[in-house]
Design a protein. Structure first.
Lengths: 281, 350
């Protein structure tokens, strides 16, 4: 097991927007070289949690600790400065920019002097392409290509490689595999593994249990803004996790119900209303 | 931020140069506008006869192109950054009249009138930028507002101060030489100024790192801010640039024609936007090039003037420009798709 101190830790964090409580008493920790999977259905509070980690929202109460020290993020750029990088679902958000340009956007490499500094396209392209290729995406070989021409998995990979290059210590991946096909998703999972090997702390947000189980070391299931379960790799089966995420209603129970209905109704599957009606308390 | 640049960059396998040059060109933002320019040149070269290809014929469209061009360039930068500026149409006459009133009506030195006029352009641009960055109102709406504001104030103040809607100004010889001279008796000196603007803004957009910020701003404002680009300052700066350029054209006009009229400049609003769109700049931002804008400006000006050299009804000119605009948008879309879908065919599928 991993005994290193946590890079990022949340201690009983609550977040409410006016009268609406979104996060209740969230305590999490993520260590270097570890993947923490945050599982949760839509509306479970995942995005609020990500935004709190990324410095967009301030917790209403509770503490955020980095390397054991309490911190308060003044904003997203402050969190970024401390090494917390967030990669969103669609990766590169500048589809009409070249790989090299978008990789260095805001921190362009320059050559020349004083007011005559010029954007060093060649170096930007070389570094960007090398950074992505080091993560095993060998199809990217031309830094002048537009980001919009990359596949979803390649874009994610580019965004992750960028974050790592600029010194991220904590990588927050927001549903990186949600919009991807099977093969593309496996690219991304491989890159998550690679980041882990390089000693990054990864927070992997997803609702795809299979993807989570492939790369995760530590899991937290979020239901209605609270952590419903918190366990390590191998402590729960896939079915158990899925059941939890679905809000306690077991998939197995649902299956039995469907089968029972079909037996009674000459093999016709039940309509949605029938299931909903019988499932209501 | 430190860039850990390793000294041993393993070069990515580059495909051979040969056979790629054409494909590379086709993926550039100005690809479509270049074809349009060639087509228009061929058309009017053929039907305009020797009068069109003569020096005088060339001067006729080049003079028009230089004035629109100086305005189209910053408008193009704004469009790449995802904004629009309509107020240039009012800044041109406002700057002309400011220069004419200060230096003509009050008889103060020319440089003072020019400074006041350029300062006015910068001020309107600053206001535009301030409103755009401080509110969520689209820049189209805001600059329509400032256009009418500027127009009304120009008309009202001119009538109040000078007693008429036109003010004349006889520039001193040096000022005339710098802003209002004709080279070879027919080429406006404004053409040289246009070249200066082209070089300067080419530097800004394609060579300096700020160009990258402009593309990022038009691509996704939120992400641009998140990576630390000073989006507000950049937006205000771009609006000031377009205000300045419009005022510059206003000053040039008053020095060339030696009088300023309240209602000059309206045609520049749509014409400059058309040049930019024909030049391959994406209306929604994030894509475009200086070379494309220059091609678009030349294409537009050739059609605008070339029509008089043919035996056709001059009204056909507007029809051609309208059609050209639609064709340009369609082909530019195609070329952009080409640029997006391009991927290397070689290399293992990882």
């Amino acid at each position: 097991m991993n005994d290193k101190p946590a890079i990022l830790e949340l201690k009983s964090v609550n977040k409410s927007f006016g009268p609406i409580d979104v996060l209740h008493d969230i305590s999490l920790r993520v260590r270097a070289g570890e993947v923490l999977c945050l599982l949760g259905d839509n509306g479970a509070g995942k995005s609020t949690l990500i935004k709190t980690l990324a410095g967009v929202h301030k917790p209403t109460s509770g503490q955020i600790l980095m390397d054991g020290q309490p911190v308060t993020f003044t904003g997203p750029s402050d969190a970024q400065g401390r090494g917390i990088a967030t990669v969103h679902q669609f990766g590169g958000t500048f589809p009409l920019m070249s790989i090299g340009r978008s990789f260095f956007v805001g921190v362009e490499p320059t050559k020349g002097w004083g007011p005559f500094k010029i954007y060093d396209r060649k170096r930007a392209n070389e570094i960007a392409v090398k950074a992505v290729r080091d993560f095993g995406i060998t199809r990217i070989d031309d830094g002048d290509r537009l980001v919009g021409g990359l596949s979803g998995g390649e874009r994610q990979s580019l965004a992750i490689a960028r974050a790592v290059y600029f010194g991220a210590r904590v990588l927050i991946l927001d549903e990186p595999t949600a919009a991807l096909g099977v093969k593309q998703a496996s690219h991304v999972l491989r890159i998550v593994n690679e980041s882990k090997k390089r000693g990054l702390a990864v927070v992997f947000i997803t609702h795809q249990v299979m993807h989570a189980m492939t790369v995760g070391d530590h899991f937290a299931v979020l239901i209605r803004g609270a952590i419903a379960d918190d366990f390590r790799k191998g402590q729960r089966s896939r079915e158990e996790i899925t059941d939890l995420m679905a809000g306690g209603e077991t998939m197995a129970g649902l299956e039995a119900q469907v089968e029972g209905y079909m037996a009674e109704h000459e093999g016709h599957p039940p309509s949605f209303q029938v299931l909903e009606g019988s499932a209501a308390p | 931020m430190a860039h850990p640049v390793t000294s041993t960059l393993t070069p990515a396998p580059h495909r051979t140069r040969s056979g790629l040059a054409l494909g590379r060109l086709a993926r550039r933002p100005e690809a479509g506008s270049f074809l349009g320019l060639v087509a228009v040149l061929l058309f009017f070269g053929l039907f305009g006869g020797s009068a069109f290809t003569s020096a005088a014929g060339t001067a006729s469209w080049l003079n028009i192109a230089s004035e629109i061009g100086i305005i189209a360039l910053p408008i193009g930068l704004l469009m790449i950054a995802g904004e629009l500026d309509i107020s240039v149409g009012a800044v041109i006459p406002a700057a002309s009249l400011t220069a004419a009133i200060v230096s003509g009506h009050y008889g103060l030195p020319n440089w003072l009138g020019i400074t006041a006029a350029l300062g006015l352009g910068l001020a309107v641009g600053f206001l535009n930028g301030l409103f755009v960055t401080r509110t969520t109102i689209p820049s189209l709406t805001i600059t329509i507002g400032t256009m009418f504001l500027t127009m009304g104030l120009t008309l009202g103040l001119t009538v109040k101060i000078a007693g008429s809607t036109g003010v004349s100004l006889v520039p001193d010889p040096l000022t005339k030489l710098i802003f209002g001279d004709y080279l070879g008796g027919m080429f406006q000196v404004t053409i040289l100024w246009w070249v200066v603007f082209v070089i300067g803004l080419f530097w800004l957009l394609h060579i300096s790192p700020i160009g990258n910020w402009i593309y990022a701003l038009g691509g996704d404002k939120e992400s641009a801010r998140n990576v630390g680009i000073p989006t507000k300052r950049l937006t205000i700066g771009l609006f000031m640039l377009s205000g300045f350029s419009a005022a510059f054209v206003g000053v040039s006009e008053v020095m060339v024609y030696q009088s300023a009229q309240v209602l000059a400049g309206q045609s520049f609003i749509f014409n400059s936007i058309m040049c930019v769109v024909i030049g391959g700049v994406l209306l929604t931002g994030g894509f475009g090039s200086i070379v494309g804008i220059v091609f678009g400006t030349i294409t537009f000006s050739i059609v605008n003037q070339g029509i008089y050299f043919t035996s056709m009804d001059p009204n056909i000119g507007s029809v051609i420009i309208g059609a050209l605009l639609l064709i340009a948008v369609l082909t530019n879309d195609t070329f952009r798709q080409l640029a997006l879908s391009y991927s290397s065919k070689k290399g293992p599928q990882s």
